[in-house]
Write a protein that binds this ligand. Structure first.
Ligand code: ADP
Ligand code: MG
Length: 614
C-alpha cells in the first residue's frame, strides 16, 4: 500500500440535489453561478416516483409518473415520508398513502414493487440515479459526489437514510444541507453580515416554515414548524371533488372507483391549477375512455377554494415566530420555496403575515437545488470562498488508555451535533479522571491538536473497569464545543467549552486532513500496537490480582506454571512493533488462565477486562 495523495487542485464535479417528497432536482455551480441541470426529456423536475416494470426493470421520474397511471400497484411516490422510519412510525402515513409495505417489514421496512422488495433508501436511490444520469449527460463527465438537502427537522435516522440512498446510487454525499439554509444560500443571503430569515416552503404534500439566524456566514436554525400533510395535494383534492361531482351528473356514471380515471383527472386538475397562477382563467380538460369533461375555472372561484389551505399555513408560522422569540417586525428577509408558493394568493398572505415582500426572483421549486449547488460549489473549490462553518472540519475526541484517540464526532458532521460515549476507569479505586479533548484525524493523541484538559473529580472509588463515566460532546450551531463528563453513580459532572475552529486557518485544516491520509497506514499500525498493549496491561494486571485469590491456589501446579510461562512470554513481546505477535501472546495467556477466569467470572477482576478505559 502506498501513500494516499489528495490533489486539491483537481476539481471533481459536485452536484447539488433537492431530494423532494413530490419532485427532485439537480443543480450545478459553474463559473457564473448555480445552474439547474435539465432532465433528459426537457423537463427539469424529476418526479420522486419509482416504478418496477413487469420485466423487473426499475424506472424513476417521468417514466414512473406515466406508470403511476397504468400500474399504480407497482409504483410508489412520497417515499421521503418513510426515510429512516420503521413500520411502527408510519401507521398514520399508511392511512393516507397507498404504500405497498412488504411482508416481514417488522424488522426492516420494505416496499413490495412487483417482485422487488426495496427499502426506502433503495427506492430513493433510483431517483438519485436518474438525477446522476441527467447530470452526467449535462456535464459530459462522471459524477460521483453530491450535496443533498433535507428538511431542517429531519432526525439522525432520517439523515442517515438519505446518506444511504446517496451511497446506494453511487454518490458520495459530501454534505447534507438543511433545505431552508439552501434556499437562503441560493439568494446569497449569507453575504449579509447578520439577519433573520424566514423560509416558507409549501410543496406538494408538506408545509415547512423555518426561521434562520445568520451571523458571520453561519445559518442557525432558530425554530421550525409546519404540517407534514398540507400542500398542493390538498388543493388538487378539492378540485377533484368538484370535478367528480360534475362528471357524475354529466356522464351519469361515477368515476370514483376507477383508479386510472381518477389519476388522469388528477393530472388534468393539476395542469389547470398550475396555469391559474399565471393567467386569470384555465380549463380542466379530461378525455377518458371516449368521454370528455371540461370545466372553466376562474381565479376568484379558485381563491375561495384555496383560502382555507393558505389559512392553515399561518398558524404554524405564528408558532414558529413565537418559538424563535421573534415578532414579524424582526424578520429581515422572507424566502418562498415550493411549487405551491407560485399561487399569487399564497404570496400575498405570506407578505401580509411577515410584513415584508418575499424574495421571488428564483423559481420556488428550484431554489433548494440551486442552494445545494452553491454549497457544492464551495466544497468542490469552484467557489473561492471560505468554508461554510456548518460542519466540523476535523474530528473531535478524547484521549483513552495508551495515548489512543477515541473519536466522538467525526469530521464533516453537520452542526449542531452531539455524541455520547461511556468510558471506564483504568485503575482500582481511581478518584479522578483526566479528560483530554483532542482534535484531528490521526490515531494517536501525540499527532492531534490538544483542545482542553480537565479533571472529573471525586468519582466513587471502584475496582478498575466498573465505574461508568459518560462523556458527552455537543457542538452548537455556533461551532462551540461543550464537553461534559459525568460519573453515572454519583451524578457528579464537570464540563468545559472550547471553540475548535479557534486559531485554525483553512490551510491548517486541509493540512491536518492531508496528513491523516499520508500517515494512515503507519497510524493504524501504531494504534493497533497501542491497543494490544492496553489489552495486555489489563490481562497482566488481572492475572497479578488473581494470584491473591483462592481460585489461584485451587489450580494444579502445572496450571499455575503454564500461566506464569504465558505471562512471561507476553512480557517478552510487549514492546514489539507487531501487534499480531502481542495479540497472539494475549490469546495464549487467556487460554492458559481460562479455568482461573471461569472460577472468578463474577468478580471485579473478571469485569476489569470490559470497557474502554480512560
Ligand atoms: P416537494 O418539495 O413537495 O417535492 P415542489 O416544491 O416541487 O414539491 O412542489 C410541488 C407542488 O407545487 C405540486 O403540488 C405542484 O402542483 C405545485 N405547483 C407547481 N407549479 C405550480 C404553479 N404554477 N401553481 C400552483 N402550484 C404549483
Ligand atoms: Mg421541496
Amino acid at each position: 500500500m502506498g501513500t494516499f495523495q489528495i490533489d486539491f487542485g483537481k476539481r471533481d464535479p459536485v452536484i447539488g440535489i433537492d431530494l423532494g417528497t413530490t419532485n427532485s432536482l439537480g443543480a450545478f455551480y459553474d463559473l457564473t453561478g448555480p445552474k439547474i441541470i435539465p432532465g433528459d426529456d426537457g423537463l427539469n423536475l424529476v418526479p420522486s416516483i419509482v416504478s418496477v416494470r413487469e420485466t423487473g426493470e426499475v424506472v424513476a421520474g417521468n417514466t414512473a409518473r406515466e406508470l403511476l397511471l397504468t400500474h399504480p400497484e407497482r409504483t410508489v411516490y412520497s417515499v421521503k415520508r418513510l426515510m429512516g422510519r420503521g413500520l411502527a412510525d408510519i401507521q398514520e402515513e399508511r392511512k393516507r398513502f397507498p404504500f405497498p409495505v412488504a411482508e416481514g417489514s417488522e424488522q426492516v421496512l420494505r416496499l413490495q414493487l412487483g417482485d422487488k422488495r426495496l427499502t426506502p433508501p433503495e427506492v430513493s436511490a433510483y431517483v438519485l440515479v436518474q438525477l446522476k444520469k441527467n447530470a452526467e449527460a449535462f456535464l459530459g463527465e462522471p459524477v460521483t459526489k453530491a450535496v443533498i438537502t433535507v428538511p431542517a427537522y429531519f432526525n439522525d435516522a432520517q439523515r442517515q437514510a438519505t446518506k444511504d440512498a446517496g451511497r446506494i446510487a453511487g454518490l458520495e454525499v459530501l454534505r447534507l444541507v438543511n433545505e431552508p439554509t439552501a434556499a437562503a444560500l441560493a439568494y446569497g443571503l449569507d453575504k449579509r453580515k447578520e439577519g433573520i430569515v424566514a423560509v416558507y416552503d409549501l410543496g406538494g404534500g408538506t408545509f415547512d416554515i423555518s426561521i434562520l439566524k445568520l451571523h458571520d456566514g453561519i445559518f442557525e436554525v432558530l425554530a421550525t414548524n409546519g404540517d407534514t400533510h398540507l400542500g398542493g395535494d390538498d388543493i388538487d383534492n378539492l378540485l377533484i371533488e368538484i370535478a367528480l361531482e360534475d362528471i357524475q351528473s354529466e356522464w351519469s356514471e361515477s368515476l370514483r372507483g376507477d383508479k386510472e380515471g381518477v389519476q388522469r383527472l388528477r393530472r388534468a386538475v393539476i395542469a389547470a391549477k398550475e396555469k391559474l397562477s399565471f393567467v386569470p382563467e384555465a380549463t380542466i380538460d379530461l378525455e377518458y375512455k371516449g368521454k370528455k369533461y371540461q370545466r372553466m375555472l376562474d381565479r376568484s372561484l379558485f381563491e375561495k377554494l384555496v383560502a382555507p389551505v393558505v389559512d392553515r399555513t399561518l398558524g404554524p408560522c405564528r408558532d414558529c415566530m413565537k418559538d424563535a422569540g421573534l415578532t414579524a417586525e424582526q424578520i429581515d428577509e422572507v424566502v418562498l420555496v415550493g411549487g405551491s408558493t407560485r399561487i399569487p394568493m399564497v404570496r400575498s398572505a405570506v407578505a401580509a403575515l411577515f410584513r415584508a415582500q418575499p424574495h421571488t426572483d428564483l423559481n420556488p421549486d428550484e431554489v433548494v437545488a440551486l442552494g445545494a449547488a452553491v454549497q457544492a460549489g464551495i466544497l468542490s473549490g469552484a467557489i473561492d470562498d471560505k468554508l461554510l462553518l456548518d460542519v466540523t472540519p476535523l474530528s473531535l475526541g478524547i484521549e483513552t488508555m495508551g495515548g489512543v484517540v477515541s473519536k466522538l464526532i467525526h469530521r464533516n458532521s453537520t452542526i449542531p451535533a452531539s455524541a455520547t460515549e461511556a468510558f471506564t476507569t483504568a485503575v482500582d479505586g481511581q478518584r479522578n479522571v483526566l479528560i483530554h479533548v483532542v482534535q484531528g484525524e490521526r490515531e494517536l493523541v501525540k499527532d492531534c491538536r490538544s483542545l482542553a484538559r480537565f479533571d472529573l473529580k471525586d468519582i466513587e472509588p471502584m475496582p478498575a473497569g466498573l465505574a461508568r463515566i459518560e462523556v458527552r460532546f455537543l457542538i452548537d450551531a455556533n461551532g462551540i464545543l461543550n464537553v461534559t463528563a459525568r460519573d453515572q453513580r454519583t451524578g457528579r459532572e464537570t464540563s468545559v467549552e472550547v471553540k475548535p475552529s479557534y486559531g485554525l486557518t483553512d490551510e491548517q485544516v486541509e493540512r491536518m486532513i492531508l496528513e491523516s491520509y499520508e500517515h494512515a497506514e503507519e497510524d493504524i499500525e501504531a494504534r493497533q500496537v497501542r491497543e494490544a498493549q492496553v489489552e495486555a496491561d489489563n490481562i497482566l494486571r488481572a492475572v497479578e490480582k488473581a494470584k491473591h485469590n483462592d481460585a489461584w491456589y485451587e489450580l494444579s501446579d502445572a496450571e499455575r506454571a503454564a500461566a506464569d510461562r504465558a505471562v512471561n512470554e507476553l512480557l517478552v513481546v510487549y514492546h514489539s512493533v507487531d501487534h499480531n505477535l502481542i495479540r497472539e501472546k494475549i490469546d495464549a495467556l487467556n487460554e492458559a488462565t481460562r479455568t482461573l477466569a471461569e472460577r472468578m467470572m463474577n468478580t471485579a477482576v473478571g469485569a476489569a477486562l470490559k470497557g474502554t478505559k480512560i
